[in-house]
Design a binder for this molecule. Structure first.
Ligand code: MLT
Length: 263
């Protein structure tokens, strides 16, 4: 389905019965809403689930360039308003986590719970900013092929697995210009760390033990800064922890949601 949000067509899917508690899933970079298929299957019997493509990725339009991270947060709020999504549990992985952290910083009252997966609150340091610049240059110079080939080993504990190959195919459908925009958006994102101490939502922090992009130490400090937050470290998983350890990921997610929002 499509919804016009902030002047752009955003592609989304809804699952589960109307009236059930809402769960909104925000994917990472450079994925698309199908990234969450395994979690949709685990949640749709008990929850009303929204998945959507970040602008420019999947089937969502990009809109005029450039678009900062704040635009993706605006899209989340716009989509929630247009679809009547009330106080969802907000689940974000990696870039989706950056969007979720900023959304909760901006409007905590709009949410009922928060799940932060393989992400961080700090902005890019100078080395990170320069790596983004190199990525943008590579995408402009030679398209997505080489960029994605270099990225895949950073996303998975086992980059030769069927899950990794499946994600590579999904990523290959994305437009290099929109991918470059997302890199620039992440490069310019704000630091949400100072806000964490005031977060009051039930929060679960999930991370793959072998995540090298956002290592477990970052998730430990994220969970330690958010009052009452729980932490789950998933064995046998890298950055895309929901794809590499789906059973453990879904069990941790469902146990948390069933406790904090199912009533
Ligand atoms: C993601 O998975 O969303 C990205 O790897 C995050 C990042 O590059 O910071």
């Amino acid at each position: 389905m499509r919804q016009r949000v902030n002047g752009t067509e955003i592609a989304f899917d809804l699952y589960g019965e109307v009236g059930r508690p809402w769960v909104v899933l925000v994917h990472g970079f450079p994925f698309a809403r199908a990234y969450w298929d395994g979690q949709v299957a685990a949640l749709r019997d008990r929850y009303r689930v929204l998945t959507w493509d970040l602008r420019g990725l999947g089937e969502s339009a990009m809109g005029p360039l450039p678009q900062p991270l704040e635009a993706y947060v605006d899209d989340l709020f716009g989509l929630m308003e247009a679809l009547g999504v009330e106080r969802p549990a907000l689940v974000g992985l990696s870039m989706g986590g950056y969007i979720a952290l900023r959304a909760v910083e901006r409007a905590p009252q709009r949410f009922r719970a928060l799940v932060l997966c393989d992400t961080r609150s700090a902005p890019d340091d100078d080395a990170g900013k320069l790596a983004r610049a190199a990525g943008i240059k590579a995408l402009h110079a030679s398209g997505r092929e080489e960029f994605l080939a270099a990225m895949l080993p950073k996303l998975f504990h086992d980059p030769a697995s069927p899950a990794a190959r499946g994600l590579l195919a999904l990523m290959h459908r994305n437009d290099p210009a929109a991918m470059a925009n997302a890199l620039a958006a992440m490069q310019g994102r704000t630091d949400t760390t100072p806000a964490l101490a005031s977060f009051a939502l039930p929060t679960l922090v999930l991370v793959g033990r072998d995540d090298t992009l956002t290592p477990p130490a970052l998730s430990e400090s994220l969970a330690a800064r958010i009052p009452g937050a729980e932490l789950a470290i998933l064995d046998g998983a890298g950055h895309c922890s929901n794809l590499e350890a789906p059973e453990a990921f879904n069990a941790a997610l469902a146990t948390f949601l069933d406790r904090v929002i199912s009533h």
